[in-house]
Design a protein around this ligand. Structure first.
Ligand code: DCP
Ligand code: MG
Ligand code: MN
Length: 340
């Protein structure tokens, strides 16, 4: 479940939203973008209501809530559950689909293909499928990666990396982002933003990839390297892997994002999320004729005939999170309030 702050907990529609959120997650996983969007809008509207919405009529009177959704809201209030959600949970194919999609790096289409090929269990995959190295790690540590990580443990992984990195170079900083930075009491993974004042990306890359990662791997803290994502010029800025504290046997998913100082603000927004907040703030930027990505806020983008992007545009701001909000004309939202 997403992190809840005091505001959402106090909301009279919190329970309704919680169940709708589960349903929405299901539609999102199934690639049903239309329903996912409809549910998200409805949840947004419900969260803003000062009173509990109990009946279909009340619900239908609100913006973005149609008849079908209004009926579901009434059903939740009356029965404290949603039959549709229960039935998808009980559906065997859905269960297998979810099982397979729980493997690191496995999406809807891969999971579908395995089911179509007749596979039903993780053992089937292990014995009958030619798996990638990442898929093997994902299956071997399925239970580990499925567990939420308590906030204190997220902190401990961050501190472990920070400590090792600062021994290599005391100028480095490690900030824990993701759901942790939004204040969540537990997280799905550990998201680290790594920077050093004045250091260009290539310097960050050298220290992290050539020195830190081998060092942490040798120490037994990093257990597997799952993916590095590349940005223009073939440089990698993101590392995905698994880590395990010396005091534990549970492997955790850990992501590192390498960020030069001048991109820090945009990177913080991106890596703090949540993903839906990111989508909405990016959409807002584009409505104002700008573009926000994980490196900065840009203006004067040149577009072609079909609105395809011709240039990156001019950088307006990258360094400061607060300035990006200001330039976009939105009131500052602390990370704990970036839950959509
Ligand atoms: N992100 C995004 N769009 C995505 C995935 C991620 O904008 N499709 C951004 C927002 C996320 C951040 O990256 O907050 C980190 O991604 P995670 O998948 O680690 O998600 P969270 O940290 O938010 O939640 P969790 O506790 O599940 O890790
Ligand atoms: Mg995360
Ligand atoms: Mn992550």
């Amino acid at each position: 479940p997403r992190a809840t702050n005091a505001k959402t907990r106090a909301n009279p529609n919190a329970r309704t939203v919680q169940i709708l959120e589960e349903m929405c997650k299901y539609y999102d996983q199934m690639g049903d973008n239309w329903r996912t969007l409809a549910y998200r809008r409805a949840m947004g509207v419900l969260r803003k209501q000062p009173v509990k919405i109990c009946t279909k009529e009340q619900a239908e009177a609100l913006p973005f809530i149609g008849t079908r959704l209004a009926e579901k809201i009434e059903e939740i209030v009356l029965t404290d559950r949603l039959r549709k959600l229960d039935s998808t949970r009980e559906d065997p194919t859905d269960q297998i689909l979810r099982l397979f999609m729980g493997i690191y790096g496995v999406g809807l289409s891969q999971a579908h293909r395995w089911i179509q090929a007749g596979h039903r269990t993780l053992d089937d995959l292990k014995s009958k499928v030619k798996l990638t190295e990442n898929q093997k790690v994902g299956i071997e540590h399925y239970e580990d990666f499925a567990q939420r990580i308590p906030r204190a443990e997220v902190e401990a992984h961050g501190a472990y990396v920070r400590n090792a990195l600062q021994k290599l170079d005391p100028g480095f900083e490690v900030i824990i982002g993701g759901s942790y930075r939004r204040g969540a009491k537990d997280s799905g993974d550990i998201d680290l933003i790594i920077t050093k004042r004045g250091a260009p990306l290539c310097v960050l890359q050298t220290i992290i990839f050539d020195r830190l990662i081998p060092k942490l791997t040798g120490a037994g803290f990093l257990k597997a390297s799952l993916a590095t994502s590349h940005r223009y010029g073939g440089e990698s800025t993101k590392w995905h892997g698994a880590s395990c504290l010396p005091s534990s046997t549970v492997w955790r998913r850990l992501d590192m994002l390498l960020v030069p100082e001048e991109e820090m603000g945009a990177a913080l927004i991106y890596f703090t999320g949540n993903d839906i907040f990111n989508r909405s703030i990016r959409l807002l930027a584009s409505k104002k004729g700008m573009r926000l990505n994980q490196r900065g806020l840009y203006k004067d983008l040149a577009r072609g005939r079909n609105r395809e992007k011709l240039t990156e545009g001019t950088l307006v701001e990258g360094r400061s999170e607060k300035r990006i909000f200001e330039i976009l004309g939105v009131p500052w939202r602390p990370p704990t309030e970036r839950i959509c």
